[in-house]
Write a protein that binds this ligand. Structure first.
Ligand code: NAD
Length: 254
C-alpha cells in the first residue's frame, strides 16, 4: 500500500478548479474504490480490505470462481450486504450536486457499488460492472439481481440452469466495451475538468482515459490522500479524502 500524506487544501488550487467547474462545464469524474472508503466500503489494497484473511485480488478472479463458486459468492454476498447497509458520503454527494447545479457530469467508476446513483448522479457508467447484476456462465444472459441474502450458492440461471456469476470484471478479464465507448463519446465533445478520485490508476486503461480527457482540454485533477500512477500527469493534486475535497470544489451559488 502506498504511503498516505494528507495535506491541507491549497486555496489557490481550490479557486483554480472551482473556476473551471462553473456553469454547464463538461466534467468527467473517474472514480475508484477510495471514493467509497468513507462510506465504510474497504478498498482492496487498503487496511480492512481483507476478508477472512484472504486477499481480494486473488478472490476476484475467474480461477477462484472455477475452483469454488460457492466461496466466491459468499464473499460477494458479504460485499452486497456492506453496500446495501452503506450510505453515499459527501464525496458522492458533491458530484451529484455539481450535476444538479448545471454541469454536464459523466461519472465513470471502477466501483461495483451503487453509491453514485444513490447520491443522485444521473449519468454513471460502471467500467468494472456491478454487484447488483449477474451473468449466466452457460447461456451468457445478464440480468439485474438484488437478492440478499442468497437462498442457494451459487445461484443458477432460470433459463438454462447453469451457475450464475457476479457481472463484474475480474482480474485478467476483458472490459465490457459499452462503458468505454460512452466515455469516448463524452470526451469527443470536450471536457473542462477530469476529476480522478480514489483510484491508484494501476490499470493502463484508467490512465489512458485520464490522458484522453486531458487531450480533450480537461484540467486533470487528482483527489487522493496518496500519490498515484497519475500524479506526474496531474495539473492539480489534492492530498486528502474525497469527502473533504470534493465539496470544497463546488462552485459557490450566486
Ligand atoms: P484502487 O485503485 O481503487 O485504490 C484505492 C485508492 O483510494 C488508493 O489510491 C487510496 O489511496 C485511495 N483512497 C483511500 N481513501 C480515500 C479517500 N477517503 N478519498 C480518496 N481516495 C482515497 O484499488 P483497489 O482498492 O485495490 O481496487 C481494485 C479494484 O476493485 C478497482 O476496480 C476498484 O474500484 C474495485 N473495488 C471496488 C470497490 C467498490 O465498489 N466500492 C471496493 C473495493 C475495490
Amino acid at each position: 500500500m502506498r504511503e498516505e500524506r494528507r495535506a491541507p487544501l491549497s486555496q489557490r488550487d481550490i479557486g483554480l478548479v472551482r473556476g473551471c467547474l462553473g456553469g454547464a462545464a463538461r466534467v468527467l469524474a473517474l472514480t475508484g474504490a477510495g471514493i467509497s472508503a468513507e462510506s465504510g466500503i474497504p478498498t482492496f489494497r487498503g487496511s480492512g480490505g481483507w476478508w477472512r484473511n484472504e486477499d481480494p485480488t486473488r478472490l476476484a478472479t475467474p480461477e477462484a470462481f472455477a475452483r469454488d463458486p460457492a466461496h466466491v459468492w459468499e464473499w460477494y454476498e458479504y460485499r452486497r450486504g456492506l453496500v446495501a447497509a452503506a450510505e453515499p458520503n459527501a464525496g458522492h454527494q458533491a458530484l451529484a450536486d455539481l450535476e444538479a447545479a448545471g454541469a454536464d457530469v459523466l461519472v465513470a467508476t471502477q466501483n461495483v457499488d451503487d453509491l453514485h446513483e444513490r447520491a443522485g448522479s444521473g449519468d454513471v457508467v460502471h467500467i468494472h460492472g456491478s454487484l447488483w447484476r449477474v451473468r449466466c456462465t452457460g447461456c451468457g444472459r445478464e440480468t439485474a439481481d438484488r437478492t440478499h441474502p442468497l437462498t442457494v450458492r451459487p445461484p443458477t440461471c432460470g433459463r438454462c440452469g447453469a451457475p450464475l456469476r457476479p457481472a463484474v470484471v475480474w482480474f485478467g478479464e476483458a472490459l465490457p466495451s459499452s462503458p468505454l465507448s460512452r466515455v469516448e463519446t463524452f470526451l469527443a465533445g470536450g471536457a473542462a475538468v477530469a476529476l480522478v478520485v480514489g483510484t491508484e490508476a494501476l490499470f493502463g486503461y484508467i490512465r489512458s482515459i485520464a490522458m484522453a480527457a486531458r487531450r480533450a482540454g480537461a484540467l486533470l485533477v487528482e483527489v487522493n490522500p496518496a500519490r498515484t500512477a497519475l500524479t506526474p500527469a496531474a495539473d492539480v493534486s489534492f492530498r486528502s479524502g474525497a469527502g473533504e475535497v470534493l465539496p470544497a470544489l463546488l462552485p459557490e451559488r450566486s
